[in-house]
Design a protein around this ligand. Structure first.
Ligand SMILES: C[S@@+](CC[C@H](N)C(=O)[O-])C[C@H]1O[C@@H](n2cnc3c(N)ncnc32)[C@H](O)[C@@H]1O
Length: 332
């Protein structure tokens, strides 16, 4: 491929200073320099004046930085729900608009938490939470599932919400304060899911809603969940998966789009095998729905197009009907 002049080299703003990436458009090596012309919390890799396609993956640290930065900015904005024709739309692809939360659930959750909700399922609807249980929500975001879990485990139970975006944890705290749960035991903490700081074998259930696809080291996250669960404890997970393997080149191009839900999504069989491999029972898939074209568009730029660019049209067409939201449980 013939090299084209790189005019936008200095706009690359993620990764370790001095490291370099290959531009998939022109093949040139692009050095990472700390001179962002854009919001450093919402970086875009540019080369040849266009969003750059990586031909080798970002480091785990760089991905975490981008994901936490984008969700942090989204939380700071107060969030939003998709609207169309003056009302709510069910095209957003998010659980909160798809009817995956019943009216009774929605009535328990303040508007702020609904505006920040970016889940692809409703894990408390299949986690079979019991009064008195201790539940940890991995990647709690604005707190929608923390609030619902607290209602289910009651005042004798405990709910811990973890997220690595401090702004999300602040917003979740505001929503919990509004939700009238003063008598409940709820803790929120800023933490990376690979290292929660919770004691071994101290919780009954780990729930998570559309978060693991954003974690570049899924094995480390599931090992951490395994470590903190008591023997017999369980996972109740909603997440995004590919229904089949996709081209490595295509997956590599999506890597420039972390926080969009396909960048870190795995084929379903590999994903469930990874969960089993970390020590859990064979996952029991309780539901799975393919993303509609509208949902795929929305999820591709999660948490919103002002935070995450939409991938190229041809790349999106290549994965139509191949991205799904899966819900499963597994036991330690
Ligand atoms: C798609 S949102 C979903 C939020 C929430 N579960 C919901 O249903 O609305 C993903 C959330 O996971 C958090 N997150 C992603 N990777 C994480 C990690 N490695 N450690 C902690 N939080 C993470 C993000 O900051 C974001 O708030």
């Amino acid at each position: 491929m013939s090299a084209m002049p790189i005019k936008e080299r200095e706009t690359v703003s993620v990764g370790t200073e001095g490291s370099s990436y290959s531009c998939g458009v022109c093949g040139a090596e692009v050095k990472i320099v700390r001179k962002p012309v854009q919001d450093p919390k919402c970086p875009t890799l540019l080369c040849c004046g266009k969003p750059m396609t990586l031909t080798r993956p970002l480091t785990i640290e760089a991905i975490d930085e981008v994901v936490a930065g984008r969700y942090g900015s989204f939380a700071a904005s107060g969030g939003f729900r998709e609207e169309c024709c003056g009302g709510r739309t069910d095209d957003s692809g998010y659980a909160v608009d798809l009817g995956l939360y019943g009216e009774a659930d929605l009535g328990l959750v303040p508007e702020l938490a609904l505006d920040l909700s970016r889940g692809c399922g409703n894990p408390t609807s299949f986690a079979e939470l019991q009064p008195g249980e201790t539940v940890v929500d991995f990647g709690c975001g604005g707190g929608v599932d923390v609030i619902l879990a607290a209602h289910k485990v009651g005042t004798e139970g405990r709910v811990i919400g973890l997220d690595f975006a401090p702004e999300m944890i602040e917003r979740a705290g505001q929503s919990i304060a509004k939700a009238g749960l003063q008598d409940h035991q709820i803790d929120l903490a800023v933490a990376n899911l690979t290292s929660t700081g919770l004691p071994d074998a101290s919780v009954d259930v780990v729930i998570s809603n559309c978060v693991m696809n954003l974690c570049p080291d899924k094995e480390a996250v599931y090992q951490e969940a395994f470590r903190i669960l008591r023997a017999g404890g369980r996972l109740a997970i909603s997440d995004i998966i590919f229904t089949e393997s996709i081209e490595p080149d295509l997956q590599a191009r999506f890597q420039a789009n972390w926080t969009g839900c396909m960048a870190g999504a795995m084929p379903e069989h590999e994903y469930l095998e990874l969960v089993h491999h970390t020590g859990f029972t064979v996952p029991d898939v309780v539901a799975c729905h393919l993303l509609s074209p509208e949902a795929l568009d929305a999820m591709a730029s999660c948490p919103g197009p002002q935070f995450t660019e939409v991938p190229a049209v041809a790349d999106m067409a290549a994965i139509a009907d191949k991205l799904a939201s899966v819900k499963f449980t597994a036991n330690k």
